[in-house]
Design a protein around this ligand. Structure first.
Ligand code: NAD
Length: 507
């Protein structure tokens, strides 16, 4: 049912101006906790808009790359200060458009703040190497150079944090940006770009286009003037991004799906492990790439763990994320809720034991939203589809294990490799897990979520393509090495050939 209030109408930002889409079409952004609430209308951009944004970014690149990095940093620093000042409003906007609870959306904005400060600091670093040359009267060093126009394609589950992981390092390295956010969370993307514009990012340096993956994302990632694509989203779409980038060898960073695991050993602090499994499994309604969607528990503590974990899940308060007492919000949209419900049925058909939840919530306060109960399947076989495939919702599979070796085998036996964790008080077991789990992130005595902005973030296998976001790893992705040799001998010197020209010490 449409609201009677005139909706707020948003625009694309191209070459320093807020402009209508050439399609003159717009799409609705509604609150997933109450679909009667229309957050706003956002432009459905077209390929023509993509071309205009890339042209603007290409032209701006020639100026932006020449601005000294410490000066670019001043703009980022101002943006970080503004994000901090506006944090509460930005978090509320985010909860309204994507449903996760306020403490989490504050955390999402905080991540963007942290990343922006961090990358502002990189304005005075971006260190290269200066080394001795093998030849006399020759100087050798390496410097970082920017790459060009960067396309950013992002998902809805971290609507401000993920774009900031991409945009801030790209900018500090001297690149320009065309940003296409997910259509479920365009407001938070708009808010981030608004802050960058107000902080003084020159025209054309950051551009935003909203609209569908096929209509905007696809022409953007294959545009000949785009030199780099950074994508976070599903493995299925990531594969297409990789294929689109291959013919022209665009730099391409892919952060994709996960099927993360918590290992609970028999010597674990069970209270802590259950806290971790609740937060890891049901935080952001299980819609995190790092969500703990599998828990494998040592057989000696299995029964107790399952009973207590299920009891805690059943007691979680589900509702509107703006209500401070809510512990878990809705799914992002109807199709995500349908996926969750389909997987619950798959789990039942596969013979897993449903010990908590399992149903959509649709009466009373839930009537106008995409709510689902926190759901736990116990006695799962690690080969079941619910234990192998990414569900991206509030569904956790519990798998019994015999010992650490068995747990590690289960942990590594999925196609993804983002995050994993182990609860144990045995330092030997902790170190063995840190060494033998093949993921990009491992936690000890903490859940699978909780990444910090100054360390590499990303995954192995079908989660990523070898690059990492955040920290110095991001600087590595958004810059390229250039090696500089300066010969001040005033004669032709040939590396690898003129080695005999050096006098030996005794000569
Ligand atoms: P998605 O793949 O459906 O969409 C991601 C982005 O790609 C969106 O902006 C979408 O519009 C765009 N897109 C869709 N089809 C496209 C196409 N054909 N061409 C170009 N762009 C296209 O993912 P989602 O549903 O938004 O997000 C959920 C997924 O993201 C999950 O799989 C989750 O694991 C993953 N994710 C991964 C990380 C990570 O760091 N590894 C972080 C967050 C989310």
């Amino acid at each position: 049912m449409a609201t009677a209030v005139i909706p707020k109408v948003f625009k694309n930002y191209i070459n320093g101006e807020w402009v209508e889409s050439r399609s003159n079409k717009a799409f609705e952004n509604r609150n997933p906790a109450n679909t009667d609430e229309l957050i706003g209308m956002f432009p459905s951009a077209t390929e023509e808009d993509v071309n205009a944004a890339v042209d603007a970014a290409k032209e701006a690149y020639n100026r932006w790359r020449l601005i000294p990095a410490p000066k670019r940093a001043e703009i980022l620093f101002r943006a970080a200060e503004m994000l901090l000042e506006r944090k509460e409003d930005l978090a509320r906007d985010m909860t309204s458009e994507m449903g996760k609870i306020l403490v989490e959306t504050r955390g999402d904005v905080q991540e963007a703040i942290d990343m922006t400060y961090y990358m502002a600091g990189e304005g005075r670093r971006q260190f290269g190497q200066t080394t001795p040359s093998e030849l006399r009267d020759k100087f050798a060093m390496s410097v970082r150079q920017p790459i060009g126009v960067c396309a950013m394609i992002t998902p809805w589950n971290f609507p401000m944090a993920i774009p900031s992981w991409k945009i801030m390092p790209a900018l500090i390295c001297g690149n320009t940006v065309v940003f296409k956010p997910a259509s479920d969370t365009p407001l938070s993307a708009y808010n981030l770009v608004q802050v960058l514009a107000e902080a003084g990012v020159p025209r054309g340096v950051v551009n935003i286009l909203t609209g569908g993956g096929r209509e905007v994302g696809a022409p953007l990632m294959s545009h000949p003037d785009v030199s780099l694509v950074s994508f976070t989203g599903s493995t299925e779409v990531g594969r297409r991004v990789s294929e689109a980038c291959a013919p022209s060898f665009k730099h391409c960073q892919l952060e994709m799906g996960g099927k993360n695991i918590i290992i609970v050993m028999d010597d674990a602090n069970l209270d802590l492990a259950i806290d971790g499994a609740i937060w890891g499994g049901f935080g952001t309604t299980g819609q995190r790439c790092t969500a703990a969607s599998r828990v494998t528990v040592h057989k000696k503590v299995y029964k107790e763990f399952v009973e207590r974990f299920a009891a805690r899940a059943k007691s979680l308060k589900v509702g509107d994320g703006l209500d401070p007492t809510t512990e878990m919000g809705p799914c992002i949209n109807e199709s995500q809720l349908q996926t969750v419900m389909e997987y619950v049925q798959i789990g039942i058909n596969e013979g897993a034991k449903l010990v908590a939840g399992g149903h959509r919530l649709e009466s009373g306060p839930y009537a106008r939203g995409w709510f689902h109960e926190p759901t736990i399947f116990a006695d799962c076989d690690p080969k079941m589809r619910i234990a192998q495939e990414e569900i991206f919702g509030p569904v956790v599979c519990v798998i019994p294990c015999n010992d650490l070796e068995h747990a590690l085998e289960v942990a590594n036996d999925v196609v993804y490799g983002l995050s994993a964790s182990i609860y144990t008080r045995d330092v030997n077991k902790a170190f063995q897990a840190m060494r033998d789990i093949y993921t990009g992130i491992v936690y000890v005595n903490a859940p699978t979520i909780g990444a910090e902005t100054h360390l590499p973030f990303g995954g192995t296998k079908q989660t990523g393509n070898g690059h990492r976001e955040a920290g110095v790893a991001a600087i590595d992705f958004y810059s390229e090495w250039k090696t500089l040799y300066v010969d001040f001998s005033d004669r032709l010197q040939r590396a690898q050939i003129d080695t005999s020209s050096f006098a030996r010490p005794q000569d």
